[in-house]
Design a protein. Structure first.
Ligand code: FEO
Length: 169
């Protein structure tokens, strides 16, 4: 059984993951508007992945006998100064989500809630990947610049991403 404090913290994370999906959907719209369909495809997959994360928390709350409560999802920013600025914002957001996951782990340890601590381990590893993937794109954009042929090639590369739910999750 979850403590009421843990139940609230996990519900807040459902909201944070749904906000992540919403923020990345706003980036899809921005990239489509910039005629960068590959960037838009990459962010579509990213948004779908965030919905998957939200549902993982949603299911876990129920598995532990808790009650899911859905709150309003904050309106996301919807325009950026450049594709690089949008990706930098995505990286900053992932760093924020990593901190939230770490705070949840701290709470699970404080409460001696071993089941939740074990459940969160998947997210700790996932956040390492998330920061690495987005950070890698930011680094490449810094190298190639955000104009001309480099941006075109990057758009083509990013357009190959498809989200498939991980089998070990
Ligand atoms: Fe659900 Fe990108 O963290």
């Amino acid at each position: 059984m979850l403590s009421s404090k843990m139940e609230k913290a996990l519900n807040d994370q459902v909201n944070a993951e749904l906000f992540s999906a919403y923020l990345y959907l706003a980036m899809v719209a921005y990239f489509e508007d910039q005629n960068l369909s590959g960037f838009a495809q990459w962010m579509t997959a990213q948004s779908q992945e965030e919905n998957f994360h939200a549902m993982k928390f949603f299911s876990y709350i129920h598995e532990r006998g808790g009650r899911v409560t859905l709150e309003s999802i904050e309106k996301p920013q919807f325009t950026w100064a450049s594709p690089l600025a949008a990706l930098e914002a995505a990286l900053a957001h992932e760093q924020y989500i990593s901190k939230r996951i770490n705070d949840l782990v701290d709470l699970a340890i404080d409460e001696k809630d071993h089941a939740t601590n074990s459940f969160l381990r998947w997210f700790v590893d996932e956040q390492v990947e998330e920061e690495d993937h987005v950070g890698g794109i930011v680094q490449k954009l810094h190298m190639i610049g955000t104009e001309g042929g480099g941006l075109f090639m990057m758009d083509r590369d990013l357009g190959t991403r498809v989200f498939t739910p991980p089998v070990n999750a």
